[in-house]
Design a protein around this ligand. Structure first.
Ligand code: SF4
Length: 448
């Protein structure tokens, strides 16, 4: 596995340049006779490794020379002038993620069934994806090339999995030696260069909790505002995680963490004006405690990591309901359907939907969907499968079904077990809408 550590992450070593996947009609790209399948190799003499490079090298440039390897194998040199900010009308191939070189004891890959889709075993650790999508990296095997690129191209913010600032504990969790686990110099270099960093801790009972956690939060907070926030999310174990070093997260553990971190948040808020350390929604839900108020989360710095997502949804939903009430809106009387979601979030959603049913005379039912594929304490919506839905078909009522959008691949209507949305819809005998929380609110409360 270690060979990945020395593979330049930012270079596509097999094929030069970046491939164009789509050219918009009547765009600048179309005028230049560019086609999907062509590869842009250089811009004004500068090598292009991926679309971030293309974006960086073309930014602010009006006179451009592109070196293009055509799909046919010909090499073209294309000269063009464009007005400032004019779009090329080009879409590019997705970035192939760099693989990580760690052996984290809690790695999600260890929790996959042996026959899971190969994509579930991809251990991405890529600073480009961190910048683009908020994916976390550990910085343990970041190359000099990547470090320079983050700074030069301002790939900020970066999301960093710290887990513990105690070096022994970090090395143990990541399954690497202390020398590689120590990212203090790299982190300082990024922070000194003005790169914003958000940190993450995956909390493993008995390993990086208690005093180790307190120290981690305090060490990171010492760098505030250069380090903007730390998200603390619980370890999740499937039934396939049998590593004896790992202990399952219990409701009692979550309550202790809320109390411990609550005290630190209070102190940090008084000192820094921010809670800085934010607990994942899952911790409150597992603990059976109330989700904190809006102000607790500031500007929701790590909402995509499930930190404040529930609060944000509840507030947006309540706002929408209030607006409809002001407008004297009434349902068309045809809103009768089943909403499936993960077991942890289901009680929260049920309370909201029951309220909606009462206010607007709807007949919506929230059904918790157990995860039969991964089992264990996996209760998040993103890991549910088509089979899970089929095994709940007896619970479908009404004339439509909603499922969480995270159940689908980001670029295709396929679930983790390979089942297509259309197949599920046929099997359930109902239209199935895959929606995120905002889309769910709009779908249920539209005026049509
Ligand atoms: S948890 Fe992340 S960093 Fe750790 S081994 Fe898995 S993919 Fe790599």
């Amino acid at each position: 596995m270690y060979e990945f550590a020395v593979t330049p992450a930012v270079t596509n070593i097999r094929r030069r340049g970046v491939e164009i996947s789509e050219v918009a009609p009547d765009s600048l790209g179309a005028e230049m006779d560019l086609e999907s399948g062509d590869r842009i190799i250089k811009v004004n003499g500068r090598v292009v490794r991926d679309y971030l490079d293309f974006r960086f090298h073309t930014a602010g440039e009006t006179d451009l020379v592109l070196e293009v390897r055509k799909k046919s194998g010909e090499d073209w040199e294309v000269e063009l002038e464009r007005s400032e900010g004019e779009d090329f009308g080009l879409a590019f191939e997705q970035i192939v993620p760099r693989q990580c070189a760690n052996a984290c004891i809690f790695c999600f890959c260890n929790g996959n069934p042996a026959d899971a889709r190969p994509s579930l075993f991809i251990k991405d650790e890529d600073v480009r994806l961190s910048f683009l999508y908020g994916n976390y990296t550990t910085l343990t095997s970041i190359t000099e090339d990547e470090m320079r690129r983050i700074v030069e191209q301002r790939l900020s913010p970066q999301y960093v999995s710290v887990h513990a600032t105690d070096l022994d504990v970090r090395a143990y969790l990541l399954g690497i030696d202390k020398e590689r686990a120590d990212i203090s110099t790299k982190l300082s270099r990024l922070l000194d260069a003005g790169i914003e960093v958000h940190a993450q801790v995956v909390l493993c009972p008995g390993i990086n909790d208690g005093e180790v956690l307190t120290k981690t939060i305090e060490d990171l907070a010492a760098e505030y505002p250069r380090i903007t926030s730390v998200a603390i999310v619980p370890l999740g174990l499937t039934r396939y995680n049998t590593d004896a070093r790992l202990t399952r997260v219990t409701p009692e553990f979550c309550r202790e963490v809320i109390d411990q971190v609550g005290r630190i948040q209070k102190e940090l808020h008084a000192r820094l004006g921010t809670n800085f350390a934010l607990l994942g929604d899952e911790i409150y839900l597992r603990a059976g405690r109330r989700i904190p108020a809006r102000a607790h989360y500031g500007d929701y710095p790590q909402i995509e990591d499930g930190v404040g997502m529930v609060r944000s949804f509840k507030n947006e939903f309540a706002k929408l309901v209030r607006r409809l009430e002001r407008e004297d809106w009434t349902s068309d009387g045809n809103k009768s359907g089943t909403i499936f979601t993960g077991t942890l979030f289901a009680p929260v959603l049920k309370e909201m939907i029951d309220d909606l049913n009462a206010r607007f005379r709807m007949s919506l039912v929230v059904e918790p969907l157990e995860n039969g594929y991964f089992g264990g304490d996996v209760s998040v919506a993103g890991l549910l499968t088509g089979q899970d839905l089929l095994s709940a078909r007896d619970r479908v009522t009404g004339n439509f079904v909603c499922i969480p959008k995270q159940m689908l691949k980001s670029d295709d209507a396929i679930m983790l077990d390979g089942m297509k949305l259309s197949e599920v819809s046929r099997a359930l005998g109902q239209p199935v809408h895959a929606v995120n929380l905002q889309e769910l609110a709009t779908l249920l409360l539209n005026k049509n």
